[in-house]
Design a protein around this ligand. Structure first.
Ligand code: FMN
Ligand code: SF4
Length: 485
């Protein structure tokens, strides 16, 4: 997979083939449909994208309002608000819905989206839990503060560097801090080596940590309370974040080896996600739109594959979810080591490249790359007798491409993240027969690089059109425009 990402041949953009206004009127893409109790005006979807515009303590800013207002002006059928934290803990400039105090700000986004879309766009919020992850430490800090020296370390050193095996503890820690990774990999336990090279990261398998053991008790009510707040704030529905590197996806993963009834078998891995759905449903009521984002394939060794995901999807449909939004990869397990002082980012390894494919990815290229997963999941859900709509995303940036996917029954809704970022009006322009005016995403992930560094996300195509002195809001570094032209 890593090889494939080094492929140097960029794939040409999917053919424009834009429809006339009359053709667009006939297209399935622009037909209304139901999503649970919601009536959608069209089948276009802007999935969650974190823009890093909240305050340091998770409140909505003017920049958030402008960002969502701008997407709403393009009138997608559905707009999903970025991954928003359900726990009342410091999480940097990520939006939070972990307390009543966040409701007024979030309501302002709802209001703004209604106004800008003329009431045509349905606004969902993606709600998320994540486990603690530390920045990669300086080796000296790691060995001084975090490393627990045990007899087995000295035993391993006797084989690898006998001259230091008996050094006094302080001296040995200082010596270890200046050694290369090859030696350290032989001295430290795999988990200790990971903490040193990636930064310490909790996982659902850490049953020795009381708060990790307690997740099945804590999460249903945390999700339920967050969803109730979303409803109070006026959102049209909630998307549970069961995808990528975060807590719920870890429960669904084949790598979940918990032996407390919440891991180890497909039924046990599903148990907490189903308990969360039940708790959220009880909190928001039967007629509120509730769905999830989940992985069709984790793309990591030992991780869940499409066969697992299809079974999960059927169970979620049976549990009454109103939609299933299918993503792929985006895991920590195969991420690149971050730089010292930075946190690992789950989109830097092969699974991350599958999640947000670029024009440099290997065959079959980035276009509709993840659609087969959605198609298989949809077929399984339909075969089980459910009509639950399935959303597909990943390299969708052309009209013929999107329309064919719907016509063939590969998915029910077309999500486009980066193309919508490059041009938030792109769906509207297609519908109005103005496809030739679309500013087309180049799929080279400048935006993703900003997300990685938790910098305000912008698109390189907007920045090109930046003229110093323009009366537009600029990023903190004053070099980039915060809104598209
Ligand atoms: C800047 C950025 C932020 C993203 N944030 C989220 C997020 O908060 N939640 C999520 O589920 N996916 C997130 N994604 C992934 C997208 O929703 C989408 O699945 C992915 O980019 C592939 O679709 P695309 O090819 O249309 O861009 C993000 C993507 C980008 C580029
Ligand atoms: S920065 Fe690049 S990949 Fe991201 S939306 Fe803009 S053109 Fe597309």
């Amino acid at each position: 997979m890593a090889e494939r990402n080094r492929a140097s041949r960029p794939w040409p953009l999917p053919p424009g083939g834009w429809p006339s206004r009359e053709e667009a009127k006939e297209a399935l893409l622009f037909q209304p449909m139901d999503l649970g109790s919601l009536r959608l005006k069209r089948r276009t979807w802007v999935p969650a994208m974190v823009p890093w515009r909240a305050t340091e303590d998770g409140f909505v800013t003017q920049a958030n309002l402008d960002w969502y207002g701008r997407f709403a002006r393009g009138r997608p059928g559905v707009l999903v608000l970025e991954a928003t934290g359900i726990r009342d803990i410091p999480s940097g400039p990520l939006l939070r819905i972990s307390h009543e105090r966040f409701i007024p700000g979030l309501s302002r986004i709802v209001q703004r989206v209604r106004e800008e879309s003329g009431g045509e766009t349905r606004l969902l919020i993606q709600i998320l839990d994540f486990l603690r992850i530390r920045r990669r430490p300086e080796p000296s800090v790691y060995f001084e503060r975090f490393f627990e020296l045990r007899p087995e370390h000295r035993r391993r050193l006797e084989a690898l560097a006998p001259e230091v095996a008996a050094l006094p503890e302080g001296e040995l820690r200082r010596w270890l801090a200046v050694q290369g990774q090859d030696l350290l990999a032989g001295v430290l336990d795999p988990r200790e080596f990971q903490d040193l090279v990636y930064g310490a990261r909790e996982s659902v398998n850490d049953l020795h940590l009381p708060w990790i053991r307690d997740l099945p008790r804590a999460l249903p009510s945390l999700f339920a309370q967050a969803a109730a707040r979303a409803k109070e704030a006026g959102f049209d529905g909630v998307e549970l974040h069961y995808a990528h590197a975060y807590t719920m996806a870890q429960f669904l993963s084949r790598t979940n080896e918990r032996d407390d009834g919440y891991g180890g078998s497909p039924e046990a891995r599903l148990r907490l996600p189903l308990e969360v759905i039940a708790a959220v449903r009880a909190a928001v009521g039967e007629d509120y739109c509730l769905g999830c984002r989940m992985l069709g394939d984790e793309v990591i060794p030992g991780g869940s594959r499409i066969e697992d995901a299809s079974g999960y999807a059927e169970a979620f449909a049976r549990a009454g979810l109103d939609f299933l939004s299918i993503s792929k990869g985006g895991k920590f397990e195969d991420a690149k080591p971050p730089r010292v002082g930075e946190a690992a980012y789950p989109y830097t390894g092969p699974s991350g490249h599958e999640c947000m494919p670029t024009t440099r990815i290997g065959p079959p290229g980035p276009w509709s790359r993840n659609v087969p997963l959605a198609a298989q999941i949809r077929a399984r859900v339909r075969a089980a007798g459910f009509t639950t709509p399935v959303v597909t995303a990943g390299g969708i940036a052309g009209f013929t491409q999107a329309e064919n996917l719907l016509q063939k029954g590969n998915a029910d809704l077309i999500a486009s993240a980066r193309q919508s970022l490059a041009d938030p009006d792109w769906f509207l322009k297609m519908e109005q027969g103005r496809g030739h005016e679309i500013r087309r995403c180049t799929f080279t992930n400048y935006c993703e690089g900003l997300d990685r560094r938790h910098k305000e996300v912008t698109c390189k195509l907007w920045d090109r059109l930046f003229t110093p002195g323009d009366p537009i809001p600029l990023s903190k570094d004053k070099k980039r425009r915060l809104l598209p032209p």
